[in-house]
Write a protein that binds this ligand. Structure first.
Ligand SMILES: Cc1cc2nc3c(=O)[nH]c(=O)nc-3n(C[C@H](O)[C@H](O)[C@H](O)COP(=O)(O)OP(=O)(O)OC[C@H]3O[C@@H](n4cnc5c(N)ncnc54)[C@H](O)[C@@H]3O)c2cc1C
Length: 280
């Protein structure tokens, strides 16, 4: 038999996690699907569950000089409607699942689920997001790319919770988002891409490229980005084939029920080309 805990404060939740091996449940939109058996039969939880969706302490969005802070319990709908969240993330959320799921689901759940098709993860990689993890002993700040280790593998200690997602300001970054799925809503991604660039006096000052659904984790190769920074836009456009060639080594999709690896590879390359051509 498993127990469930509904702590009324973050402090209490951390004590529960310190004393019991628990699943953390936020919106439950991933966890309930994973534990679902079949219609009419209760989900199959093999260990205790700690619910956090009622914790008001985790539901906030604010900004300071460094960036935007999003509490881990904040629902996607509130992030999408916020005036201070970067447009890229709002665009990603707008195409994620459907309004009913966005009313329940959290960005922290999307991150901790660590699916290669987790849409918000791609935008968070692009924007250099960091996660604040807390336990009874204190807290630590971890870059998202150090937190997600593989398919459904994360660097979370069993007594830790994601408390906050921090996104540094990138006020001058132009952003670009493409999600390819089977339909407009309720669609798990076949390929996603987030791009970012900044051009000053015809020179590329910043360039970022992040792919989802084409590898075990989100793919962002900062060595390729650095090679492009400092080029004029004209040089960048002349080098598109070289950039595609460099990036192709990172694009290692699989064939699954949603798509084939050949389709994903081709689409990823086409999107990248389109993005690089947009830069002016
Ligand atoms: C119909 C449907 C459509 C969907 N469409 C999309 C889509 O288009 N794109 C997409 O990316 N996803 C999609 N999803 C997946 C899901 O909705 C998202 O991944 C969502 O963000 C999960 O958030 P949640 O709060 O519901 O997480 P939960 O299900 O509560 O938890 C998910 C995982 O995160 C862990 N977790 C949650 N909160 C924390 C925390 N604060 N600290 C540490 N661990 C935590 C849980 O233990 C669990 O392992 C869809 C799901 C459904 C059912």
């Amino acid at each position: 038999m498993v127990n469930h805990y509904i702590p009324s404060s973050l402090k209490e939740a951390l004590k529960v996690l310190n004393n019991h091996d628990c699943y953390i449940m936020a919106g439950g939109t991933d966890l309930m699907v994973v534990k679902h058996q079949k219609s009419g039969i209760v989900p199959n939880f093999d260990k205790d569950v700690c619910y956090i969706s009622n914790l008001k302490e985790l539901q906030y969005i604010y900004e300071d000089e460094q960036g935007v802070h999003i509490g881990a319990g904040t629902k996607f709908v509130d992030i999408e409607n916020s005036m201070i969240v970067p447009d890229l993330l709002k665009q990603i959320i707008h195409e994620l699942a459907s309004p009913n799921i966005r009313n329940m689901a959290t960005m922290a759940g999307n991150i901790a689920n660590a699916s290669p098709a987790g849409d918000s993860i791609v935008g968070l990689y692009l924007l250099d997001a960091k996660l604040e993890l807390v336990n009874v002993n204190g807290s630590r700040l971890v870059p998202i790319e150090k937190f997600i280790l593989g398919v459904r593998k994360i660097a979370r200690k069993s007594n830790e919770i994601i408390k906050e997602i921090f996104i540094p300001h990138h006020d001058d970054l132009n952003t670009y988002w493409r999600k390819v799925g089977s339909r407009a809503a309720e669609s798990i991604s076949k390929v996603t891409f987030a791009g970012g660039y900044q051009v000053e006096d015809g020179v590329v000052k910043d360039l970022r490229m992040a792919f989802g659904s084409i590898g075990v984790t989100c793919v962002r190769d900062q060595k390729i980005e650095q090679k492009c920074i400092g080029m004029t836009v004209e040089e960048l456009h002349k080098n598109i084939d070289n950039i595609l060639n460099d990036m192709s080594k990172n694009i290692t999709p699989i064939t699954d029920q949603r798509s084939t690896k050949e389709y994903r590879y081709k689409v990823a390359m086409n999107i990248l080309k389109d993005f690089l051509n947009v830069i002016e």
